[in-house]
Design a protein around this ligand. Structure first.
Ligand SMILES: NCc1[nH]cc(CCC(=O)O)c1CC(=O)O
Length: 324
């Protein structure tokens, strides 16, 4: 007797595995990416895998002391290289400018407001950065924010702060700080935009490279995955962030350094402003370059070389020597 077993002919629907950190902000961002992709690719199945990274585990050490070599990304990157996940969603700001061999930045999504925000304790509701009292304690763990704010507001005292957004807000509300500085984008994404007390203007403090955008990292040359994630690419944000990342890549030597940027894309003209600050806020070296968006990365590199010649190299040498 013969039995006929039907051979499956249709290719099974592929499940695409997305990697994410577990923080509330990371999950909001990752689920946004998943939902947007699901709308565009209804036949694909997406699955989210969460992981703790070094940056989530080590909470008692200042960020500037541990440096930023993939602190928030390495476990996810190992997951991609081992084939356990297909791509990872990051805050672009947390993604190092040099990626491990075999991985690439496959997509940059539309940026939210990249500015920093002042969030104050309720007793300072009527205050702004320039009217906070002498000695008021401002929480930030970013050398970039520290140096620029120290420069403009020498009457303030700065104190390190770590932990996720909710932890930082709790420390502020408990009275451990008079005010803290956070990214506008993170607060907005978590539905806490009402905590933004002052949107810090670019002439006071330039934002971090990639701030406000998401970066999707994948295996180099994984065309199936690239074809999917590219659907979320926002070209204006991508040009701006590629210029910003090239500026940082050319300047950083491993340690966290106070570097700020601003970019504007107006028609076919991309303007990149870059700044390197000394830790004490005494010296700010700031320069600007303009060019075509297709030259974004070359512009970032050229601007970095230019600020180096204007004294940024001495600042970087000093920071690197102190960290050695
Ligand atoms: N390093 C932490 C981090 N990474 C991304 C954001 C906010 C969202 C963004 O900049 O895209 C934050 C928090 C903050 O700086 O306040």
């Amino acid at each position: 007797m013969t039995s006929t077993v039907p051979t499956p002919t249709a290719t099974p629907t592929r499940t695409i595995r997305i990697g994410s950190r577990k923080s509330q902000l990371a999950l909001v961002q990752t689920y946004w990416v998943r939902d947007e992709l699901q709308k565009q690719f209804p036949d694909l199945t997406f699955e989210v895998t969460t992981m703790d990274t070094q940056g989530d585990k080590v909470l008692d050490v200042s960020l500037s002391k541990i440096g930023d070599k993939g602190l928030f990304t390495q476990e996810l990157e190992d997951g991609m290289l081992q084939g356990n996940i297909d791509f990872a969603v990051h805050s672009l700001k947390d993604l190092p400018t040099r990626l491990p061999e075999g991985l690439m930045l496959g997509c940059i999504t539309e940026r939210e407001d990249p500015a920093d925000a002042l969030v104050v304790h309720e007793k300072h509701q009527d205050k702004q950065l320039d009217t906070l009292p002498e000695g008021a304690v401002v929480g930030t763990s970013s050398l970039r924010r520290l140096a620029q704010l120290r420069h403009h507001f020498p009457h303030l005292t700065f104190k390190d702060i770590r932990g996720n957004l909710n932890t930082r807000l709790r420390k502020l509300d408990e009275g451990q700080y008079d005010a803290i500085i956070l990214a506008v984008a993170g607060l907005e994404r978590l539905g806490m935009g009402d905590r933004i007390h002052q949107n810090i203007p670019a002439d006071i403090s330039l934002h971090a490279v990639g701030q406000g955008a998401l970066g999707i990292e994948c295996r180099e040359g994984d065309t199936d995955i690239l074809n999917v994630i590219k659907a979320l690419e926002h070209s204006e944000t991508a040009y701006r962030c590629l210029a910003e990342r090239a500026f940082l890549r050319e300047l950083e030597g491993g340690c966290q350094v106070p570097i700020g940027v601003n970019t504007v894309l107006d028609g076919e003209t991309l303007t990149l402003t870059g700044l390197v600050a000394s830790l004490d806020g005494q010296t700010l070296i700031k320069e600007q370059i303009q060019g075509a968006p297709s030259e974004a990365e070359a512009m970032g590199t050229a601007l970095a070389k230019s600020v180096r010649g204007q004294g940024a190299q001495a600042i970087l040498d000093e920071i690197n020597a102190a960290n050695r």
